[in-house]
Design a protein around this ligand. Sequence first.
Ligand code: GLN
Length: 280
Amino acid sequence: MYLKEIKNIFHLELDAIYSPEEVNSFFYMLIEHFLGLERFILALEPNLIITKDEEAPLFEALSRLKLEIPIQHIIGKTHFMDLEFLVDKNVLIPRPETEDLVRWIFDDIKNHQEAITILDIGTGSGCIPIALKKQLPNAKVATLDISDKALKIATQNAKNNSVQIEFIHANILEIDKLHQKFDIIVSNPPYVRELEKKEMHKNVLQHEPELALFVSDEDPLLFYRKIASFAVNNLNDGGALYFEINQYLGKETKQLLDSTNFSDIELRQDLFGNDRMLKG
Ligand code: GLN
């Protein structure tokens, strides 16, 4: 079959669920993953024919996309800060908003001479600490997560990206102190309220870990309160705390840092213009 015909079938079957741009991007991710074909292949060879054997994984992926299984789960990986990360149902799929948070931290500390210590809380795939360590090879980076399944994936991701990180299996709601203090603490904790579920796509709701995403409507800042007070005990003098936050709770989360004795608090927007990151 012509490759371009398959692309048309993808659009016919998926345009009702996803935007045409998303379908395009899924198609190219799949032909790269399964057939090793580059993105611009159809521009170079519009009449490229592929064999029945080559077609099979593409059509199988198509039927899984129709069930709204995330493309990252179908190919088993994603990219974050130009690095490759394995992902499955046990970890949140890294988001581009979180890349902005990593860039913010990197910009703040890239000129520091001394080796900096960093702790990431609730790591999931390990995207934040691994991306930071990759850019700051002298930093000493640790990370913790409550989920041992997530820690397994994060450990594998650190290995695949050739970085050394300390992994700690712990529930942040139950610990007050670690064996050392840090210059930077960063976290992207669960922050989506029940009332925001209706805004979410089925591929997130049904296939990504609830543990990483949701908080109760009654106490949506639970993790922020706990992590802010943990940071007071575990940051070195002059250290900084960075959060990814719920876009609708920018004012409240900022207030919380204020009342936990943080100074120089700064709220920033993500690439979509939503309140998304906080530093104190
Ligand atoms: N930004 C993620 C989403 O909207 C949520 C991440 C989180 O809860 N920490 O799916």
